[in-house]
Design a protein around this ligand. Structure first.
Ligand SMILES: *Cc1c(COP(=O)(O)O)cnc(C)c1O
Length: 387
């Protein structure tokens, strides 16, 4: 991290709160995850009365003027926050990230005419979510692993040289942050196919080269707020290739044409994404959160590295995630004790994913910085008592 950049960033932008408010805990949950308290307070007020309209947020017609504003605000805030250019569409769809693996394939992989070669989807299998994503995709179109993380027990994400040839693929799908395993791509891969990114767990967390991609998606429950809604950013030139014969409710082109309201949209989730994007933008956007998140994560990695092998991260040091910090303990009994004792000190949601075990600390944008120091101190004391 460049200290000059950090100082300049801090001067230009206010810092988000570093400690939780009264009665709140440090919530390390992977998702649904902690949100900014100011956003929660605004939502609380809007639930009963949206902007003096005499109607609550959940009671507004999705064709009325109040929702027109909510939607326009959400589009504008997302565009401002992520620097989304006019050559991109922003879409909001009901449902989680997982639906999009098959949807993207149906929209962007044509079924070959007789005798022609069937295009396929290239997958970098770097962890649980991309692994599941490939399975979802394979239900509708052929896929091929161009990187198989199982061969290295998911200890790193691939360099460009480790990715097999993608020539002939309709697109290359990858996951920018492996939420379960705790690895993160430092930059988008360079491959011979359009890039499709599952950015569910690190969207808005750092500067990101959107223009290297054709499409990017993220569901709400991490850096975007509520679960059950997914934001899709898609390059217009890519969208022009989409299959328009799909049922309209499965068609990205139709969502673009109808301003993401072909039917009753998830209006609450759209409001939450709008407020989360606005909050992120107010505090400097991804450019300011990048160094902040790196500094937060560094406290915890320091505790891991200083534990003399008591805490064992399963990933290579050059692929460590700043959002999802995952490590193993000497035994399951240690994990149970760690989780229970941490919780009694107000450090909650630390149990690792059920398919990966160990401990996982997710420290999304809204996670207060002080919590990373408190966890690091707890880890030091726990290792001393139990090592
Ligand atoms: C949490 C997560 C998902 C799951 O998203 P759903 O909204 O539950 O479908 C997918 N991908 C990544 C990278 C995640 O972190």
């Amino acid at each position: 991290m460049n200290p000059m950049t950090t100082a300049a960033t801090a001067m230009r932008h206010p810092e988000p709160p570093t400690t939780p408010g009264l009665g709140r805990v440090y919530n390390f949950s992977a998702g649904p995850a902690c949100m900014p308290e100011t956003v929660l307070a605004q939502l609380r007020d809007e639930i009963t009365d949206f902007d003096g309209s005499g109607m609550g947020l959940l009671e507004l017609s999705h064709r009325g003027p109040a929702y027109d504003r909510i939607l326009a605000d959400a589009f504008a805030s997302v565009r401002a926050c992520a620097g989304v250019g006019a050559d991109w569409e922003v879409l909001f769809l009901p449902g989680g990230s997982m639906q999009h693996f098959s949807l993207i394939a149906m929209n962007f992989v044509p079924t070959a005419k007789a005798g022609a070669e069937q295009p396929w989807v290239a997958f970098a299998d770097t962890g649980l979510w991309s692994h599941k994503g490939e399975k979802e995709t394979a239900c509708v179109r052929p896929t091929k692993k161009v990187f198989d993380g199982a061969t290295c027990r998911f200890d790193h994400v691939p360099s460009d040289a480790e990715i097999a040839d993608c020539t002939g693929a309709a697109y290359f799908a990858y996951c920018s942050n492996n939420t379960v395993e705790g690895t993160q791509f430092g930059r988008p891969p360079h491959v011979a196919a359009p890039l499709v990114c599952d950015a569910t767990s690190d969207i808005f967390s750092r500067p990101f080269d959107l223009n290297a991609h054709a499409l990017l998606f993220a569901s709400g429950q991490k850096n975007l707020g509520a679960s059950g809604i997914t934001m899709v950013l898609v390059k217009k030139s890519f969208l022009e290739r989409a299959d328009t014969s799909l049922p309209p409710m499965l068609s990205y082109a139709n969502f673009a044409k109808t301003e993401s309201r072909p039917n009753t949209p998830p209006t609450f989730g759209v409001r939450v994404i709008g407020l989360m994007a606005q909050w992120t933008h107010e505090f400097g956007g991804p450019a300011a959160f990048g160094p902040r998140n790196a500094a937060k994560a560094a406290h915890i990695y320091k505790a891991i590295d200083g534990s003399g092998g008591f805490y064992r991260p399963s990933m290579r040091a050059d692929c460590r995630s700043d959002m999802s910090i995952s490590f193993q303990l000497p035994s399951d009994a240690h994990v149970d004790r760690f989780v229970a004792e941490a919780e009694s000190e107000g450090l909650c949601g630390l149990r690792g994913h059920r398919e990966w075990g160990g401990i996982r600390a997710c420290v999304y944008n809204a996670f207060p910085a002080k919590g990373c120091e408190v966890l690091a101190d707890f880890m030091g004391a726990f290792a001393k008592r139990n090592g």
